[in-house]
Design a protein around this ligand. Structure first.
Ligand SMILES: Cc1cc2nc3c(=O)[nH]c(=O)nc-3n(C[C@H](O)[C@H](O)[C@H](O)COP(=O)(O)O)c2cc1C
Length: 224
């Protein structure tokens, strides 16, 4: 079970779906987890295109303020925002006690670099550290369709123990809003990390639901 006093690394890359990263961040901070956050250069660009945020990539203090403000968590003290180019950051070392890393959304470029051991920025280096330390690493991959290189890279990472979690919402929980679809993907990510949540309704066999209701009815009739 993940500990609240031990940090989790979250990286947001330049794949579509910046909102997935924000929603995960909001959940973790609301639940009092410590979070080390890294945004790739392209993530800053995608954030402008996909949200109302205008995060300055060259001013991390301002970017962090804007993110916390957007999440209604302005007084939160549990977030560290790191520069992608800061290879001397604590999270780049295997001696740092991180509980693991979630890359959400994860671009095919980032996934490919990690699969091939190219640790040339803080995101890929931190992921490389997770693999070598046998720590949790979840990649919420976003691309469609997938080419053979993407699939081979995913296989390599899966064989190394990483979890490939495609940003693929399901429909059996009957989503009503875009937020329901986002929460499904974020909820599945939390499941893979072992963090409890109630972001979506879990599947129960409709027949069992009917049986449960009938047995509850029978019990209450017997009680009468
Ligand atoms: C608006 C926008 C959307 C993008 N969506 C995706 C995507 O869904 N998946 C993907 O693999 N790359 C996508 N890209 C391309 C990546 O951003 C690009 O390959 C980049 O080099 C990834 O770098 P990063 O992993 O360091 O963020 C998108 C780019 C832009 C500008």
């Amino acid at each position: 079970m993940p500990q609240k006093n031990q940090p989790i690394t979250v990286a947001i890359t330049g794949a579509s779906g910046f909102i997935y990263g924000l929603r995960l961040l909001q959940f973790l901070l609301n639940e009092n987890f410590l979070v080390d956050l890294i945004l790739s250069k392209t993530a800053f660009k995608v954030s402008q295109l996909e949200s109302n945020l205008n995060l300055p990539a060259d001013n991390l203090i301002e970017s962090k303020k804007q993110i916390l403000n957007y999440l209604n968590l302005i007084n939160n003290k549990s977030l560290n925002l790191w520069s992608e180019s800061n290879l001397a950051a604590s999270i780049s070392s295997g001696s740092y006690r991180s509980q693991g890393m979630i890359i959400i959304p994860c671009s095919m470029g980032c996934l490919g670099r990690i699969a091939n051991g190219i640790s040339d920025d803080l995101i890929t280096r931190s992921a490389d550290v997770c693999l070598k330390e046998r720590n949790k690493l979840i990649l919420v991959a976003r691309e469609t369709p997938l080419n053979t290189i993407h699939l081979q890279n995913m296989l390599t990472l899966s064989q190394l123990g990483a979890i490939i979690l495609p940003a693929m919402p399901a429909f059996y929980q009957q989503p009503k809003t875009i937020n329901d679809l986002i929460d499904f993907v974020v909820g599945k990510t939390l499941d893979s990390f072992g963090i409890e949540h109630k972001l979506f309704n879990r599947w129960t066999d409709p027949k069992k639901q009917v049986e449960n209701v009938s047995s509850m009815k029978r019990k209450s009739e017997n009680a009468d």
